[in-house]
Design a protein around this ligand. Sequence first.
Ligand SMILES: Nc1ncnc2c1ncn2[C@@H]1O[C@H](COP(=O)(O)OP(=O)(O)O)[C@@H](O)[C@H]1O
Ligand SMILES: [Mg+2]
Length: 261
Amino acid sequence: MPEADRPRRGLKVAIAGKGGVGKTTLAALLARTAAARGYRVLAVDADPNPTLAPTLGYTAPIRPLAEEEDLIYQRAGKEGLIKLNPTVDDIPDRFAVEHGGIRILVLGGIRGGGSGCACPANSFLRALLRHLVLRPGETVIVDLEAGVEHLGRATAQGVDALLVVVEPDVRTLETAARIQALAREIGLTRVYAVGNKLEGKLDEDFIRSSLPNDLPLIATFPFSQEIRRAAWTGRLPEVSLPQVEEILTQLEVSLSRQEIR
Ligand SMILES: Nc1ncnc2c1ncn2[C@@H]1O[C@H](COP(=O)(O)OP(=O)(O)O)[C@@H](O)[C@H]1O
Ligand SMILES: [Mg+2]
């Protein structure tokens, strides 16, 4: 798409899927590609076991936002007196680290009692996803916790699109189906599957035939020795993959359609 035609509204996308499928890898790839397209990128690690920053090449320790107890109490209130809509707009500027033109924010564990829990840390971190207001040309890419249990209404309301990563592995497809069912229930309309670590056409056929009908496959990535070996250091090399460009373009188009409607 020519630069001038590109919709420059903000874009918030979250990445879900079973553990180990490649969520963090995809988050890092998308973050780099969006930054290269001129977006101001905020990469949010919402996995309680965070690895997005080192994957992007930032190796210094980062204190997760969930540990900023004073800030959380100040914004979200104490137990029993929870503010449901805490102010969060200044948080990325104050707490994100910057590396390679990408701002990285590490949330840490959103824990305690599942989706019904109204503890302040939950309220605060969910609000962060929901109320971060994007300026044109900003992109937020959220690397979610594995599985489905944490996927609450608030997370869904916070994002424009959800990418669900699957492998040619029935367990990852089962998880994807559960994520899709939940996403539908909470009103998320743009939910797309991304196939990862494919070895040949048979793998792609298997994935296509196993996905639920309402979970379109928007991209597939082959198994890559280069990416696999990146696990030796935990840092993703600068690989250029047309599929990542394609995903970003499809998201831009899908969101611009909604704007016109
Ligand atoms: N396309 C791929 N080809 C080969 N290995 C991959 C590919 N994508 C991811 N990996 C490897 O799979 C492992 C899990 O990836 P990761 O992104 O950490 O998954 P998740 O965040 O879903 O747990 C890592 O060792 C990563 O290097
Ligand atoms: Mg991960």
